[in-house]
Design a protein around this ligand. Structure first.
Ligand code: ZN
Ligand code: ZN
Length: 179
């Protein structure tokens, strides 16, 4: 067994958990260029929440141990403000009910900048803490889900948001609310 880790931790039940982080390395072999392995190249994952490796027969990809990413130092989340101003709060998409939910928390289109900032702040922190779940993987990349939490008007609401993992610690928002 090939153990790749930079830290091992043992939980209360005596189970050994690997809490290290890895960087995916695409290794092309001959003339085989696989678009999925290529899009994962240099992407960072928590050791126990990474795409399956090898991806397929004749996949030569490897993962290299890296140190845990640090939010806003070497890891960053970006969310386009238009995800709110032109999607969540637009008339065009009001039918999907997402606007209603945000409005019930007291948010309006004018809060788009605040929401963008808050999503980026929480997402990069949760990502670096390994608080994410793996979503779909295809030639566009590996999607992950991250919970974004708001306490408003005495209510606590958790939005499951969708992000794309990009190389070198970057994640970008796909959807603010995949509900
Ligand atoms: Zn591949
Ligand atoms: Zn591969």
């Amino acid at each position: 067994m090939n153990l790749i880790s930079n830290s091992i931790n043992v939980d209360n039940n005596g189970n050994i958990n690997n809490v290290g982080w890895v960087e995916w390395q695409h290794v092309s072999f001959g003339f085989i260029h696989c678009p999925i392995c290529l899009v994962l190249d240099k992407c960072w994952f928590c050791f126990n929440k990474k795409p399956k490796i090898p991806q397929h027969i004749k996949c030569h990809c490897i993962v290299n141990s890296i140190s845990k990413p640090i939010a806003n130092i070497n890891s960053k989340a970006t969310c386009d403000i238009r995800k709110f101003s032109e999607y969540i709060f637009s008339d065009k998409y009001a039918w999907n009910g997402k606007r209603k939910l945000f409005e019930s928390l007291g948010f309006s289109k004018e809060d788009s900048q605040y929401l963008k900032n808050e999503y980026e702040r929480q997402a990069v922190k949760n990502y670096c803490d390994g608080q994410y779940s793996l979503g779909n993987l295809d030639i566009s990349g590996q999607r992950i889900n991250i919970n974004i939490e708001f306490k408003r008007n005495g209510r606590q609401v958790v939005f499951k948001s969708g992000w794309m993992v990009k190389p070198k610690g970057l994640i970008t928002n796909n959807t603010p609310f995949a509900g």
